[in-house]
Design a protein around this ligand. Structure first.
Ligand code: SAM
Ligand code: SF4
Length: 340
């Protein structure tokens, strides 16, 4: 609820630890064209019911409230965000929102399969940046890992993003033991040669099958040790709230990053809040509770009530994800239904 003496500039999204939230991650769909083993089951996915998914008008309205509360970055994700039929329109409308910090920077995280068709229209619509997931350069491994034989389509999508003029293009890989951990050097070479920025992500307990184990995951230290067999790495200072720690490769300007969510969590600097495709606000990837914005929107709540719901959600945000706590509980939703 707004108070009569409220300042004309709405109070920002500050939680009880003083973290200011400026980055809204929006899942546009829980559907996906791949079935990565660390994210989705091979089959039998419990899809969100269509009637529960926010319409584009509803999404833009909620995003507009967030931008009014100081959000300056909107990242579209999923599932596979490019499967949403009107994704270009979503980007155009999100990029045109205005708040106290101006219009938000809109970016996307994608498996790239639809980028050959969409890269140029997305850029014209105001998309600022693209992050592309690619875990291996080996066709058979790709097919095993994603359960779809589509490496060539991903590579074509990366090339299409480059041809459309996106820069920088970040490539994300989840490092997995015995699956692709012997490929980290090759992935960095591919990225450096193509002018992309490679980022390795520590695997998190977010798979649909709940098979993640702390003892077998590939750590940041292991990724760096492998990379140092081939490259000289020099730390890039000034990480800010960015999840990736960066190193110059052989003196730069190319960089490689590691997102060490498990072994070196960056929760203290977290500025992210997440909206699922079915309109649930989550203060953290690992949150056990959600704030039901869909019901509020559909019951006719005004923008002040939505802003209050954002603040209430963040008031309950925990200091950290506690993955190392013996009492840690994996969220019920898999990553594909939260939005990475
Ligand atoms: N489909 C798009 C893609 O793959 O880029 C966007 C959604 S995907 C959930 C977003 C990111 O989350 C991807 O980079 C993916 O590799 C990462 N991801 C998925 N499951 C993960 C897990 N269990 N641990 C760490 N990262 C994960
Ligand atoms: Fe799909 Fe992305 Fe999950 Fe892979 S990581 S299954 S591409 S949502």
């Amino acid at each position: 609820m707004s108070t009569p003496d409220a300042s004309p500039v709405p109070a920002g999204l500050v939680d009880r630890f003083g973290r200011v939230h400026r980055d809204l991650r929006i899942s546009l769909t829980d559907r996906c064209s791949l079935r990565c083993t660390y994210c989705m089951p091979a089959e039998g996915v419990p899809w969100l019911a269509r009637s529960t998914m926010l319409s584009t008008d509803e999404l833009v309205r909620v995003a507009g409230v967030a931008v009014g509360l100081g959000v300056t970055e909107i990242r579209l994700t999923g599932g596979e965000p490019l499967l949403r039929a009107d994704v270009v329109d979503v980007v155009r409308r999100m990029a045109a929102l205005e708040g106290p910090g101006g219009s938000p920077e809109v970016s996307i995280t994608t498996n790239a399969l639809r980028l050959p068709a969409l890269a140029a229209p997305l850029r014209d619509a105001g998309l600022a940046r693209v992050n592309i997931s690619i875990d291996t350069l080996d066709r058979e491994r790709f097919a095993n890992l994603t359960r779809r034989d589509r490496l060539d389509d991903t590579l074509a999508g990366i090339a299409a993003a480059k041809a459309a003029g996106f820069t920088p293009i970040k490539l994300n890989a989840v490092a997995m033991r015995g699956v692709n951990d012997d490929e980290v050097v090759d992935l960095v070479r591919y990225a450096v040669d193509g002018g992309y920025e490679m980022r390795f992500i520590e695997q998190m307990p977010l798979d649909a099958g709940h098979t993640w184990e702390r003892t077998t995951m590939v750590t940041q230290a292991e990724v760096l040790a492998s990379l140092r067999t081939a490259f000289t790495l020099t730390e890039v200072p000034g990480r800010g709230s960015a999840p990736a720690e960066l190193w110059y490769v052989d003196g730069g300007p190319a960089t490689v990053g590691v997102i060490a969510s498990v072994t070196a969590p960056f929760c203290g600097a977290c500025d992210r809040v997440r909206l699922t495709a079915d309109g649930q606000l989550r203060a953290c990837l690992f949150a056990q509770t959600e704030t039901d914005l869909r019901s509020l929107v559909r019951e006719g709540a005004d923008d002040d009530a939505l802003a209050d719901a954002f603040r209430a959600c963040l008031a309950g945000k925990r200091a950290g994800h506690d993955i190392d706590d013996p009492l840690f509980l994996q969220p019920v939703r898999p990553m594909s239904a939260i939005g990475g």
